[in-house]
Write a protein that binds this ligand. Structure first.
Ligand SMILES: N[C@@H](CCC(=O)N[C@@H](CS)C(=O)NCC(=O)O)C(=O)O
Length: 211
């Protein structure tokens, strides 16, 4: 494998591939792109990813976007690390989780963080936030149900899905959602925090999952 380069911003979805790169244990490069300073919307960045979003992974020969695609690529490139199940159904379950989280729920959380992206009317922002919050709580309730009786997102094993769940957990805390009401998800977050790969990513990104 060539040296991989991850374009990331602390506390964003790029956290998940950052953790997984740590799990793989091979050298990789991190390139900081500041979302709040508008760096994802520059012409330069859009030449890398026309969608203007992180994470982006440069594989050495190709540019990959979308967290689910990047996570699948990393796990499939290093099967010995067992970051995905090996059965067709197990892999499909991972894709089922990651598509929902990365393509659907990330947008729903965005309703709360960036209502101005959904309307030009500032007076509508509070309504969008309120509706967004309802949808987030409903989805977070579904995550809690899915984690009931399970250590990890997928049956019987840690996988690339788990660090994605941890960043959504952090966003819940950032939105002051009282994440402790989600007991199983809180246990999952605490389990994640035991992993050296997670600790190292949190330290480099200088973030906490509790705020
Ligand atoms: N479906 C995409 C969502 C990526 C996404 O929404 N990324 C956000 C950060 S969490 C972003 O880069 N936002 C920058 C911007 O909108 O300018 C994925 O799964 O990678």
């Amino acid at each position: 494998m060539n040296t991989l380069k991850l374009f990331y911003c602390p506390g964003h979805l790029s956290f998940a591939p950052h953790v997984i790169l740590n799990e793989l244990g091979s050298p990789f490069e991190l390139v900081h792109v500041s979302i709040k300073d508008g760096a994802t919307q520059t012409d330069d960045f859009r030449r890398l990813n026309a969608k203007g979003k992180l994470p982006v992974l440069h594989t050495g020969s190709e540019v990959l976007t979308e967290s689910s695609a990047i996570l699948l690529y990393l796990a499939l490139s290093r099967p010995e690390k067992k970051l995905l199940p090996d059965s067709p159904l197990g892999i499909a379950r991972a894709v089922e989780w990651m598509n929902w989280l990365g393509a659907v729920l990330a947008g729903t959380v965005g309703l709360n963080f960036h209502p101005s992206r959904f309307t030009n009317d500032p007076q509508a922002h509070d309504g969008i936030r309120e509706k967004g919050r309802e949808s987030i709580l409903s989805a977070y309730g579904q995550i809690e149900e899915k984690l009931k009786g399970h250590d990890w997102a997928l049956e019987g094993q840690y996988s690339v899905v788990d660090p994605m769940l941890l960043i959504f957990f952090k966003w819940g805390n950032m939105l002051k959602l009282n994440m402790r009401q989600f007991e199983h998800w809180t246990s999952h977050a605490e389990r994640m925090l035991q992993r050296p790969a997670v600790q190292a990513a949190l330290q480099i990104e200088n973030i906490s999952v509790w705020s």
